[in-house]
Design a protein around this ligand. Structure first.
Ligand code: GCO
Ligand code: MG
Length: 403
């Protein structure tokens, strides 16, 4: 089999997505997700201008070598744009190979290790009462693990909480990035109160998670982890920006609250120290931003040696193709932890019809060959790309801060 062509589609069915389709001389095609929220066109250009010309004519079964060619062959290594582009090709090749061999991708990755994948969803409220209402609503749908985020008294706008009660939508279309404000001490004083109320309301069995979105220092994160211990969270996510991996040692020394990080990571080198020093409990890299299934399988294998489990980032700014790839990986590996499930909207699901489905708190990958996701190009064409930015964040005195 030979790769004959590869095309990149940039559309906005519900939100912006970059989709890669790789064609072969045998009529089989593979799909990859190249979406990088707020930076979509840079990945599209990296693919069309630089990577795709090098794969035309190649045997699509040579996945490892094509991955190495993209990674080592550029001389310039790592980074979210590069790795998302390499990841889209890699995932499309696994999809293609699964279709060619008429088997789901998880069978190529080692075979089924579990029946379904435990997922967590989001409950975001403007205050504690509304967050509790949202948790009730998500529990009703069958979720057994729920991430709780709430507005903080004294802060006008906060990560994860939309002002108008709409589903969470972080990338804003039109104009320049929106500006938000932040105050770590208000947040740190408030969060244990939220946790206590939610635990009292729902009892011990519901898994609770929370995302600090990279806003704390290590010692602040240590304080937060400690203050949440009585409420036994499943994990505390992205407390500190993780460029400084050894920063996690400080957090670890002070708290038994499980730690998760990794949604902005793109190679094994972003988490090598975190894993080998057992500084985290869950690695949250997602397949498309992490360079594809080829490296993610290796990262999961390294993590397994150190009692670290996976918890792939599954926000709706990655397409159903990426979510499916995460589900195939999670189905095959032994050290799967949990999968984020924000739920794409109906239009996105129509453009990307998929075999995976939610039932009773678990996502099931389905048995379709390849990834089990298709892409309706005709429908997607009706929704052209619109530039959108993630917000930026400032402290009360105007200092630029992490969003
Ligand atoms: C999550 C993430 C997202 C990111 C988003 C950025 O835990 O799902 O933090 O909400 O903010 O993916 O594009
Ligand atoms: Mg997060």
């Amino acid at each position: 089999m030979k790769i004959t062509d590869a095309k990149v589609f940039v559309n906005s069915p519900g939100r912006n997505f970059v989709t890669l389709k790789i064609y072969t001389d045998e009529g089989i095609y593979g799909l990859g997700d190249a979406t990088l929220n707020g930076r979509e066109l840079s990945v599209a250009a990296y693919l069309t201008e630089h990577l795709l010309p090098c794969i035309i004519g190649r045997d699509p079964f040579e996945i490892e070598d094509i991955w190495q060619y993209g990674y080592k062959g550029a001389y310039w290594r790592r980074g979210p744009v590069t790795m998302s582009a390499i990841g889209a090709i890699d995932v499309a090749l696994w999809d293609l190979k699964g279709k060619a061999l008429n088997t789901p991708v998880y069978n190529l990755l080692g075979g089924r290790s579990r029946n379904g994948l435990l997922v967590y969803t989001h409950a975001n409220g403007k205050d504690i009462a509304e967050t509790i209402e949202k948790v009730h609503a998500e529990k009703e749908k069958g979720y057994r693990a729920i991430r709780i985020q709430s507005g903080v008294p004294g802060l006008e706008k906060i990560y994860g909480i939309s002002k108008d009660g709409k589903a969470y939508e972080p990338a804003i279309r039109g104009g320049l990035p929106a500006e938000e404000t932040w105050d770590s001490s208000k947040y740190l004083n408030f969060l244990p109160k939220l946790a206590e109320k939610v635990r009292v309301e729902f009892g011990d069995d519901l898994h609770l998670l929370h995302d600090s979105h990279h806003r704390l220092t290590p010692i602040e994160a240590a304080r937060l982890g400690k203050s949440l211990e009585p409420y036994h969270f499943f994990w505390l996510e992205d407390t500190v920006p993780a460029e400084l991996q050894e920063g996690f040692r400080i957090i670890r020394q002070h708290t038994t609250t499980p730690l998760a990080v990794g949604e902005v990571f793109n190679t094994i080198y972003d988490c090598q120290q975190l894993i080998t020093e057992q500084l985290i409990d869950y690695i949250r890299m997602t397949v498309s931003h992490g360079g594809g299934l080829t490296p993610m399988k290796k990262i999961a294998a390294l993590a397994e040696l150190y009692h670290v489990k996976t918890g792939c980032h599954g926000a709706t700014d990655m397409s159903p193709i990426c979510l499916a790839a995460c589900l195939h990986l999670g189905t095959a590996i032994n050290n799967f932890g949990i999968q984020e499930h924000m739920r794409h909207n109906a239009l996105t699901d129509e453009v990307f019809p998929h075999a995976y489905y939610f039932e009773d708190g678990f996502l099931h990958v389905g048995d379709a060959p390849g990834l089990g996701v298709d892409f309706d190009e005709k429908k997607a064409e009706q929704y052209p790309y619109e530039k959108a930015y993630l917000p930026v964040n400032r402290l009360g005195d105007g200092t630029l801060f992490s969003w």
